[in-house]
Design a binder for this molecule. Structure first.
Ligand code: DLL
Length: 430
């Protein structure tokens, strides 16, 4: 099923023509922003110098720090009275980043979310419980508007009060939920504790943080649904950037609205299909806050544009952010890799925390993971066996020695939004 079949399936030549037209328009529009006037001036380049899509490589990157420097409204390309809503990113380090939307932007955004939902077979017959924060986070209102546009029955439950969330799913016959994978896991735990059966559920839309294929299997079997990955960031159209289709082999990035590149995070060199690097996006349909070559910080690769579903450009699932990658004794580790290993070991539960310390000039990684009582006899020697197994599996997968502590079920923190499972206590680490 398509929401906007023409644009979702544009043939390559028509697509490239449209992208170039929109890119040129965007480059003129960004001249309303002081930062771009200055950057383009320094580079001695103007919108007229862009003749092909590849010419985009001549343009400067925009980084998150640039947006912070423009706080609050420095990147708006329209007068403030045309901006009808603002959101911000969480701003865990320093000032948050402010993003703005015109009336047209809000419409475009809702249409992109409607594409996501229709792509996985959802329609006005579905009942949709939106279990994410409805405030400054773009996940709440973003999905809400898209679901209403499709005509679904929306339950704007937001986060918290998980027992009530379970009851609403049962009482209202909810068919689709949206939340972070971390919260979905907690929902599954609470539903199990309550002895509740969530029989009406058929689809889970999960995103806003990295999650592994093991987590997908876990959520699908415990919640009895099909799980799809949803990717986006506030600086673009929040969620409404890329989404999985029924193939679940990469995410379609809405190619008529975003021009994508993958670059080497260290050198900025543009990489080819199948090469892993940082996603760089130039939005082509944003009015209030257009951006040029925005460095997302997210690690992925381009997957090419042939998909049996008929839609174009795909990216691989996000491994993590380049700044979330841990470097432990010279070895690169993404938290999603740890999750993948742990979830495949039945003797331990799905909740874990990772601590990184520097001991005698050496990086040490300690992982607390909850034991799964169903696989534990209660004997001490059984505990030692499980611990050894977890250490070995982690060593085999990550090529890294770790210390593993098995802890009581239910003793580690649960998360309503994005999980914070990594605590880096090395000097100088954030
Ligand atoms: O997380 C937008 C969103 C809401 C996406 C709901 C999907 C669902 P921010 O709070 O600005 O926006 O955070 C954006 O989160 O740069 C990635 O690092 C990470 N992220 C988002 N989706 C995924 C995903 C929203 N599916 C940042 N896989 C991004 C991995 C993700 N990481």
């Amino acid at each position: 099923m398509f929401w906007d079949e023409k644009y979702e399936t544009l043939p390559k030549r028509d697509l490239e023509r449209l992208q170039l037209k929109r890119l040129k328009k965007t480059l003129v529009h960004v001249q309303n922003v002081e930062f771009y006037r200055q950057k383009f001036g320094e580079a001695g380049i103007g919108p007229g110098d862009i003749k092909t899509l590849d010419d985009i490589r001549k343009l400067p990157f925009t980084r998150k720090q640039d947006l912070r420097n423009g706080y609050p409204f420095g990147f708006f390309a329209v007068p403030i009275d045309r901006v009808i809503r603002i959101h911000t990113t969480s701003g865990t380090t320093g000032k948050p980043t402010v993003v703005g939307y015109t009336k047209k932007d809000i419409r475009t955004w809702a249409n992109l979310i409607a594409r996501n939902m229709t792509m996985v077979g959802l329609s006005d017959r579905d009942i949709f419980q939106n279990m994410v924060n409805y405030g400054m986070f773009t996940g709440g209102l973003g999905f809400h508007y898209g679901a209403e546009l499709v005509g679904m029955t929306v339950v704007p439950s937001a986060t918290g009060n998980t027992r009530r969330q379970v009851e609403m799913i049962q009482d209202f016959g909810v068919t689709v939920i949206h939340c972070t994978p971390s919260y979905a896991l907690h929902l599954a735990e609470v539903a199990e504790e309550m002895g509740a059966h969530l029989d009406s559920l058929k689809t889970g839309l999960f995103g806003a943080e990295p999650w592994s294929e093991s987590m997908r299997r876990e959520l699908e079997s415990r919640l009895g649904l099909t799980a799809y990955d949803s990717y986006g960031l506030s600086e673009l159209f929040g969620p409404g950037v890329a989404f999985e289709c029924g193939e679940r082999d990469g995410l379609h990035i809405w190619h008529d609205c975003y021009l994508v590149e993958v670059v080497d995070p260290a050198t900025g060199e543009v990489l080819g299909e199948g090469e892993r690097g940082e996603l760089v996006v130039t939005p082509l349909a944003k009015e209030a806050m257009p951006l040029v070559r925005y460095r997302t910080g997210d690690i992925t690769m381009l997957k090419g544009d042939s998909c049996p579903c008929g839609r174009g450009q795909k990216i691989a699932r996000i491994m993590g952010r380049s700044d979330d990658m841990l470097v432990i004794r010279g070895i690169n580790v993404f938290p999603s890799q740890i999750e993948h290993v742990l979830l495949d070991i039945p003797e331990v539960g799905s909740q874990f925390m990772v601590y990184v310390d520097r001991v005698n000039h050496l990086d040490e990684m300690t992982i607390d993971v909850e034991i799964n009582r169903d696989y534990f006899s209660g004997e001490l020697q059984d505990l030692a066996r499980i611990q050894k197994k977890v250490v070995k599996e982690l060593r085999d997968a990550l090529e890294l020695r770790t210390t593993v502590n098995l802890v009581e079920p239910g003793s580690l923190p649960r998360f309503e939004g994005k999980a914070k499972r990594i605590v880096d206590r090395r000097a100088g680490a954030l």
